[in-house]
Design a protein around this ligand. Sequence first.
Ligand code: UD1
Ligand code: UDP
Length: 368
Amino acid sequence: MSDTTPIRVLSIVGTRPEAIKMAPVIHALARNPAFESRVLATAQHRQMLDQVFAVFGISPDRDLDIMRPNQALTELTARLLIALDEALAQETPDLVLAQGDTTTVMTAALACFYRKIPFGHVEAGLRTGDLDNPFPEEMNRIVAGHLARWHFAPTESARQNLLREGVADSAIHVTGNTVIDALLSVADRRPEIGVPIDPDKRLILVTAHRRENFGEPLRAICRAIRHLAETNPDVQFLYPVHPNPNVKDVAEALLGGCPGIILCPPLDYLPFVGAMQRSYLILSDSGGVQEEAPALAKPVLVLRQETERPEAVDAGVVKLVGPVYETIVAEAQRLLDDAVHYRSMARGVSPYGDGLAAGRIVAALAAR
Ligand code: UD1
Ligand code: UDP
């Protein structure tokens, strides 16, 4: 390859959060003449992926259209691996990039390994140390991390996790998380939510979708929300419900029609940012929301037992409450009633990035 031949980079993207977090990288690659950038959508998510690509003006060069209703992990993994292998055979990229810990990312790393294509892992090094939490994401990111040549760690603690696993320091770049690049690129527009919210009520925004919360934990979360709505008539809940039937069916059965609770389909990224900005408090088991909300000075109660994002917890602006009825009710009520406590958690801190992560990732690749 001559010095002027662009490096052919294939970005592989499967789900909503990957699209949000890879969009700044895809744009930065496109701006840099050292690279020829192509985008492969596995479409592990369909509608939720398409709406993010539309927001960020990205048209995938190839689309594997993998999603099936209520897809099981084994079948999803098997179909992804075969389809990705065929796509890599046709694309023959010089290197592949993928972000995070979904099944798309794990299979992309494995397919690259089999074909000896260098793999760069964006958002590398997040760990809880517990294979069951989050499930199956902790396994996915460990596998992707073991197979990666370049590790783009969002924070110093993610770098330390990788060093503990024996990754060479020279292969790790601490870049910040690209989610903050994406967030800052739209937050100034103060987007409309597009759902009628009572202007006189405090808004609590809710998201939940983790597999380890399916069943009784999700039902406990819903019962806590219903109790809080019944006992706080000055508060309104907005819950954009993930389309996974394991989530949607439970949320609609337990919360549908309850006064003070609005259930709606997933919000597009701009309205969702608008909802975070308008919110008083956020209840969520999402990874991305734990990163975005502190940058918007919004407290988050995390509906999980563990988090791979300890920085905001350490800063005191995010709190783990688990999918536990009593704890959710008690901690949310305290934030509603205790102004001093609320202010201590509603501080604008951004431990996950400064909005310049994508440029650092592309610069690190160009330097190689
Ligand atoms: C996946 C990721 C999870 C990530 C989440 C982001 C895995 C194993 N899980 O979880 O790490 O946090 O995405 O949201 O990779 N569906 C639709 N339309 C969509 C998207 C999903 O109908 O646009 C429904 C389908 O019935 C689909 C189901 O949701 O089968 C589950 O999708 P899947 O990607 O397997 O899991 P998520 O729970 O979305
Ligand atoms: N998000 C969105 N619409 C919604 C809910 C979330 O655009 O209705 C965005 C949110 O801002 C964040 C990302 O989706 O950037 C998080 O995705 P998700 O919670 O599905 O996955 P996770 O981050 O947990 O992997």
